[in-house]
Design a protein around this ligand. Structure first.
Ligand code: C5P
Length: 225
């Protein structure tokens, strides 16, 4: 039998990554940050000077990624790239490459291979609609653009990277529009997803919300004789 999956989809900086990691930790499950695969492809495209408009070449870059995820970071072709892939220009290029159907296809099996016992929490844009359509629980995590930009701004400043709130809000709206309007795997809640708005919630409250929903999905143990 396939291991259970909880999917957490949503727009940029809605807190999906943090919530996914905490939920996975609470359940003792693995985690898939699917956005990292798109970011790693973007980095590889930049490093190999591939034309982002060259559909087959970009898909090949996605297929040929030599990646390993460790508790402390991500390695690409043997180099630690955790910080590099978090840079805004890499995220932006990832979102420009993401509509490429051949790239999405190339990354599909790689993402599904993360489904291992005892379970997986997968975060991204199309986890519940495409990659793990049969997930036991699907969350669509939203937050208003201002709240998301403020969070992202705080994160960047904590890392010593200068950030401008207005630029971040504009960038976020642009990226959301691209993810929502694309023809392939657009950012949409699955019809059976639970929409959770985290604008006014702390991370702990959001995580608890997801764990409460999961406890309602769990099969009831058979009654004792
Ligand atoms: O989630 P994150 O911001 O790291 O993702 C970077 C970009 O990769 C997103 O803006 C989105 O365009 C793309 N992406 C996607 N499908 C996913 C995850 C990310 O299209 N499952």
């Amino acid at each position: 039998m396939l291991s259970p999956v909880i999917t957490i989809d949503g727009p940029t900086a809605s807190g999906k990554g943090t919530v996914a990691h905490r939920v996975a930790q609470a359940l003792g499950w693995g985690v898939l940050d699917s956005g990292a695969l798109y970011r790693l492809t973007a980095l590889s495209v930049l490093q190999q000077a591939i034309d982002p408009e060259d559909i087959p070449a970009v898909a090949r870059a996605g297929q040929q990624l030599e990646v390993s995820f460790h508790p402390k970071g991500v390695m690409l072709f043997g180099h630690e790239v955790s910080e590099l892939i978090r840079q805004e220009h890499v995220g932006n290029l990832a979102s420009r490459l993401a509509p490429n159907p051949a790239l999405r296809q190339a990354l599909l099996e790689r993402q599904r291979a993360f489904r291992q016992p005892p379970g997986l929490v997968a975060d991204g844009r199309d986890m519940g609609t495409i990659v793990f359509k049969d997930a036991s629980l699907k969350i669509f995590l939203v937050a208003d653009a201002q709240a998301r930009a403020e969070r992202r701004c705080k994160q960047l400043i904590e890392k010593g990277i200068s950030a401008n709130l207005d630029d971040l809000v504009a960038d976020m709206r642009e990226r959301d529009a691209r993810d929502i309007e694309r023809a392939v795997a657009p950012l949409l809640p699955a019809s059976d997803a639970h929409v959770v708005d985290s604008s006014q919630l702390t991370v702990e409250q959001t995580v608890q919300n997801v764990l409460d929903l999961w406890s309602r999905v769990l099969p009831t143990p058979p009654a004792q004789a």
